[in-house]
Design a protein around this ligand. Sequence first.
Ligand code: SAH
Ligand code: SF4
Length: 348
Amino acid sequence: MATPRKKLNLYDLDLPQLEALLADWKQPRYRADQLWEWLYVRLATDFEQLTTLPKSLRERLAAETTLYVPPVLAQQESLDGETRKDLLQMADGEQVEVVLMRYINRRSACLSTQVGCALKCSFCATGQMGFVRDLTSGEIVTQALHFQRELAAQGQRLSNVVLMGMGEPLLNYKNTLAAIRRLIHPQGFQMGQRRITLSTSGIVPGIYRLADEGLQVNLAVSLHAAMDDLRSELIPINRRYPLDALFKALYVYLAKTNRRVTFEWVMIDGVNDTLQQAEALAARLAGMLAHVNLIPLNPSTGYKGQPSAPERIAAFTAVLDRHHIPYSVRLRRGIDIRAGCGQLRRTS
Ligand code: SAH
Ligand code: SF4
């Protein structure tokens, strides 16, 4: 049997591309706007639902394109009911984990940008599984739509998106940026730019590019150590982009965007929670528009480190206090269902 030609996934197109497709099909210009609204405002899942479009157009769309809605292979709810992790299947069978976090007045989705990750940070479950492939822009956006459909049915709305799931967003730059632009589109999903956070392990060329995008999204940098030898041990990509190069890029980013940078710091007992690291961190951040997120390590089978004890976190933060470095100690969420930071991996 001949394999059917892979159909175009409409979620992979931005509005001008959708316009071009429909112009090719000799459709009036406003059809693209209507279709865009079906995709990103009305959250259609099937061509049958697109009742404002003529039947002939619906039939052609159904014949030549897809509206890929990933099936949910598994769903796990944390005991406290605040976090849920869903395993979604992409069209080629690859699987991606996405997490919904429910705060008192926020609904935040943690999205993946790649299947796996090539960067092999020692403590990260995604890194331990290796790199499989980039996600397309549609596959990234579809993760947000997945939660939005469910929330909308309950009269709620997805309020925040963090690109902190599987993968390194700045190594899938084009698709990640296309996904962000689709999420913030004023005629479409309409998410506020400041409600989106991109987390990177410190891909310097990507930070320079991002600085020139004219966006207001939040940038988070996974720092975890303030001296090159330790950081290279934890995050091997530090050998390619060491701290001086990383901070040089971040200062350019700050100058161009005027946006505060968040630094993530996984607290690993006896490894990076020393007073020496705290002092080095304070020195690096002195005078910088920055905020530190301290995250007690979440366990992963491939790494034997332990989360820092509360006393060690207190001693670390005392140093930051003394140097007036703003920080927060992040709550550990969803640990019982392995939906915490760095615990996402394909389970099959
Ligand atoms: N690749 C990007 C984004 C995905 S990882 C990055 O590295 O920033 C999202 C965050 O989870 C990063 O800050 C990462 O360092 C952190 N993380 C990874 N493994 C973790 C673990 N075991 N416990 C706590 N945080 C972890
Ligand atoms: Fe990749 Fe981020 Fe995990 Fe490092 S922490 S392996 S960059 S996903």
